[in-house]
Each structure stands twice: as structure tokens, then as C-alpha cells.
Ligand binder design. Structure first.
Ligand code: XIL
Length: 370
């Protein structure tokens, strides 16, 4: 085990309480989000639950409402793009940390945790890796470049980023095989182990994650992630955590399956996190019915994480429907996030908050209360 979960939970509580302390609902050091009439933020509810609640961050510097809304509800943050390879090393040997640094300043001045996303990832449809990397076919050359990239990026934020997605999406997006991406083809299947060893060396205290999409349901795809994690751990690879992205685009979270998957992976001795949650409006019916359904979905998602001791953080992939990658990649109107276009709280917000509060520390299936 990389570290003692209980000790970490206490650390999370102390850290998160600095965020909560500015709130009107905390008085004389007492915070009880379950008390009648108390209107806690998501961050305050997360403190109560002993987890972190995070969001993807992006730069909307012309929008004066964006940062205050983010700070109000979250105690953890992940850059949606600026720590990816194409952003940090846009040209070979030329690093650019301006955008990433700006988020670090925001996080550090507000006492927020940071997830680093991501070091090694090939996903052609999302331009994850620059062409100059994909053009290299000599193993020693690619190995040296990958080493330099990981050392430079992780090293820059050593001690300041608590978790890194070292390898993102190691499985094929459709199917349940290991993705034979460019790194795999040139370096062999050991590329994953090599990347983790490099990250470990660059920041020995960071929690190092494998991060995968579409693994929240039971089935062959989740099994493949489980086997991969198990193999890596048996080889002594420093994998400390497994991230479930949680883009619930095709179907909503099935509470029991998600919880069982989190538990199964955690039983290998790693922490687990939901790392990129967005839950589109599912189902049929009028808008109110679908929003209500979405509230239940957010409740179920949070409950699944809280039911598993090793599930320490849930990060949403954005927080306001004003800005969601779903709009640009899948079309408008899916409204996947807990605040609406005008930053007003949707039913999903209350579902998430109730899930944080009612699901805390035990395997609850209580329905949302408001
Ligand atoms: C997406 C971002 O949200 C977009 O803004 C960007 O253009 C493409 O990438 N899985 C991941 C994330 O791990 O990095 C992706 O983020 C969404 C899918």
C-alpha cells in the first residue's frame, strides 16, 4: 500500500477545511452540513464526507463569474488541457508552462489540491500527442524524449501536485484490449512501466494513476483494466491509483456496478478516484423529468465513491453547462454539469451534494432529500 488511507483522509479534512473556513455556514469552527437549514457548498459537503471534490479548470478570463464560482464549490482542480503533452511541450525541446502555472497559482492561493493530467496519452481524435512524437520510430529516441518530458513536467511541480495521471487511456477506446498505441509499438508493452518509473523518480511523493474511460460498468472492459493494474502491481510498478474517468455519455452510472468496480480495483491495494465526471441528461420525458433523473444520477455517482473507503476524490469535467467539452465534441443540449449556463444550481447540484452527505462512509442507497 502506498500510504495509509486514514491518515490521508485526515489530511484531506485539514486541507479542505481551509477552503470551507470562509463560508457563512461554518461558525465557531463547527460545520454541520446535515443540520436543518444549512446551505453548504459542494466543497463543504465533501469535507464532511472526508473526500475531495474537484473540477476541470479552463481559461475563461473574460468571464468574471467563472473563478469565484469554481472556488466556491471545489477544493481540487485539474487543468482541462494545459498539462497535456501538446500544451507543455508543443515543439520538441520547447516547454511552455504559462497556462499550467496560472492554474497552479489559483489552486495554491486558494488551498486547493491539484491533479496533473496527463503525461502519456495517445488519442488521435483529441490530438493528445503532437505529431513530432508520433513521427519517432527509433525506440531509444522515443525513450529519451518520453523521459525528458516526464522529468521536466513532473519535476517542475514536484511536491505541489498531489496526483498525476501518468498513463491515460491504456485500453483501446472501443473494445477491451490493451491499446497498441505509438508508445506501445515503438517501446513495447513496457512503456507503461517505464512511464511510471520516470514519474516516481521525478516526484516520489505524488500519487501516480492509470486513468481510463468507460470502465464504470461491469464487463470485459473493466476486467481488462483490472488485469492490467494487477499485472503492473505484480511487476512492482509504482501504480498508486486508478482513475475512472466517468464520462457518462451513453448510459448513466449504475450505482452497484460502479461501486463494485471501484471496490475490486481498490482491493488490489490502490486508491481510486472518479476523475472526469460529466453525466448528460439521460432518459426521455420533459426537461423537468430529465433534470430530476440527472439529480439521481449525480447522487448515485457520489454514493458509489463514498461507499468505497479507497475512493478519495471525485472530479467533475467542468461545473457549469456554459463550458463543457461535450458541446464541442458531441453537440449542444446535453447539459451534463451541476450548474446551468447562468451558474444557477441545477437538481444535479443537489443530487451531488446529497450524495456526498448521505453516502458518507457507508453503503447508503437513500434517495436525495431535496
Ligand atoms: C478533453 C477536453 O475536455 C477538451 O477541451 C479537449 O479539447 C480534448 O480533451 N478524456 C480525457 C480528457 O482524458 O483529457 C479529455 O478532455 C476528455 C476525454
Amino acid at each position: 500500500m502506498h500510504y495509509e488511507p486514514i491518515v490521508r483522509r485526515i489530511g484531506i479534512l485539514l486541507l479542505a477545511s481551509t477552503v470551507a473556513s470562509s463560508s457563512a455556514c461554518k461558525q465557531d469552527g463547527e460545520l454541520d452540513c446535515r443540520a436543518d437549514g444549512v446551505d453548504c457548498t459542494l466543497a463543504e459537503a465533501a469535507v464532511q464526507a472526508g473526500v475531495l471534490v474537484g473540477t476541470a479548470y479552463n481559461e475563461f478570463r473574460d468571464d468574471p463569474e467563472y473563478i469565484p464560482a469554481l472556488i466556491n464549490d471545489f477544493n481540487s482542480v485539474t487543468h482541462e488541457g494545459a498539462m497535456k503533452w501538446a500544451a507543455t511541450q508543443p515543439e520538441r525541446g520547447v516547454f511552455d508552462f504559462e497556462r499550467a502555472d496560472r492554474m497552479m497559482e489559483l489552486a495554491e492561493s486558494n488551498g486547493m489540491s491539484v491533479r496533473g493530467h496527463t503525461l502519456v496519452w495517445e488519442q488521435a481524435s483529441l490530438d493528445a500527442t503532437p505529431d513530432y512524437v508520433l513521427d519517432i520510430t527509433d525506440p531509444e529516441e522515443l525513450r529519451a524524449l518520453m523521459a525528458d518530458h516526464i522529468r521536466t513536467v513532473v519535476g517542475r511541480y514536484r511536491g505541489r501536485i498531489d496526483a498525476w495521471d501518468v498513463v491515460n487511456e491504456p485500453l483501446e477506446t472501443a473494445g477491451s484490449e490493451i491499446y497498441e498505441n505509438h508508445f506501445y509499438q515503438v517501446l513495447g508493452p513496457g512503456y507503461i512501466a517505464e512511464a511510471f518509473a520516470l514519474a516516481r523518480e521525478a516526484d516520489p511523493n505524488a500519487t501516480l494513476f492509470l486513468n481510463e474511460v468507460l470502465v464504470s460498468s461491469a464487463g470485459a472492459r473493466f476486467d481488462a483494466l483490472f488485469e492490467l493494474t494487477k499485472d503492473l502491481l505484480e511487476q512492482g510498478v509504482p501504480v498508486h491509483g486508478v482513475g475512472f474517468q466517468g464520462h457518462f455519455l451513453t448510459k448513466p452510472p449504475i450505482y452497484d456496478e460502479l461501486r463494485a468496480n471501484l471496490e475490486r480495483i481498490a482491493a488490489l491495494g490502490v486508491v481510486v478516484e472518479l476523475t472526469e465526471v460529466d453525466i448528460i441528461l439521460h432518459g426521455t420525458g420533459d426537461e423537468a423529468t430529465r433534470l430530476e433523473r440527472q439529480r439521481q444520477d449525480y447522487f448515485d455517482m457520489a454514493s458509489a465513491c463514498l461507499a468505497v473507503e479507497a475512493c478519495e476524490r471525485m472530479t467533475l469535467w467542468g461545473f457549469t453547462d456554459r463550458y463543457t467539452w461535450i458541446d464541442s465534441f458531441f453537440g449542444a443540449g446535453f447539459a451534463p454539469l451541476p450548474l446551468d449556463d447562468d451558474y444557477a444550481r441545477k437538481p444535479a447540484y443537489f443530487g451531488l451534494r446529497d450524495g456526498l452527505l448521505n453516502g458518507s462512509g457507508s453503503n447508503k442507497t437513500t434517495a436525495p432529500t431535496r
